[in-house]
Design a protein around this ligand. Sequence first.
Ligand code: NAP
Ligand code: ZN
Length: 361
Amino acid sequence: MYYKLPVELYCEKNCILNHTDDIASIGKSAYIITGKHSSKENGSLSDVENALKNRNISYKIYDNICENPSIENVMDAVSKAPSGCDFVIGIGGGSPLDASKAVSLMLANPEKSSDFLYEKCISEHLPVVTIPTTCGTGSEVTPYSILTIHKKRTKSSLPHKIYPALALIDPMYLNSAPASVLKNTAIDALGHLIESYINANATNISKMFCNYALSMWKAIPYILKNNIRNYEAYELLMMISAYAGMAISHTGTSLPHKMSYTVTYEQNVAHGKAVGAFLAAYVKNADIYSCNHILSLCGFASVKVMADTINELCGRIKISKELADKSINDLLNNPQKTANCPYTVNEEVLKNIYKESVIII
Ligand code: NAP
Ligand code: ZN
């Protein structure tokens, strides 16, 4: 048995204000990494600025992280870092949080070029504080940073493990999120739980997080379909996402995530929606015990009900046969991408998952 999660985590109202001292204990000069708009609108950026000003911590803001950030986007942020900054604060959805981890890696290794991002080696990084404002990626606790690689026309996780030092979750930041962002990211969290449970690396501890959070997920379709907007709903969404992050920190994700990356790159489909499309078929192909266990924990009467619920929340995806074939060949040619799947993955299985998951045109 092995489990590691070296992240200090708090989840509460006014989380930043309440944990100003915890932020101050991390460093003296911060580099804030965030997206273009949302952190200014939901109050998270001003909360962080106030906390830093209160403790005389100098800071600079980079507010140009795009959705599904690329290597170039990260390197632009690195090139604009203030000299002498000793920690990084990521604020936003998974995109700015993942970018903040990659920036922290590059700032601790200033002599390296962007190739270092994907170099397999033991590495140092600056401490990272993560402040999530979406409810799906779990990036606030995971050691992963997933970047878009334009040269390969896909996305890929860095081989470096960059655990945040401190994660501060204030569920009220979700109040400004459009329903589509809540839906897509909640489905991403469901994907993390399912892919972590049905995973070659799963252990009793990782399954413990999955079991608990999958049973909490039962309430989510009602909350999303009825657009319930209150603190309790936001806290539930945020905590499921964090538990799911704890689960995948141990196991990694599996086929639906790997299949989603090409769809997101080629068709600009939101991450959670792209993952969600493949979930029901992934569950259906698993052993009968895991399939029934997941369905009953989440409260789905069948795999079809699960697929219908996801489609109703996020919408269906259409992709061309060429793109499906390209994605299948890519997975078949890279066995490490399918290694986390505990059942046999061959051309027939992948073709069936595609056929059942997306509309092929
Ligand atoms: P995102 O790409 O971070 O954000 C999506 C959109 O939501 C952006 O337009 C953003 O606006 C907006 N937004 C964020 N918070 C908001 C709020 N509170 N109110 C209103 N709008 C808000 O979406 P995401 O799904 O959270 O992250 C996806 C990324 O995470 C992908 O790159 C995926 O690969 C990665 N991911 C990482 C892990 C991991 O373990 N590290 C796991 C799964 C996925 P702004 O751009 O203006 O901020
Ligand atoms: Zn995900």
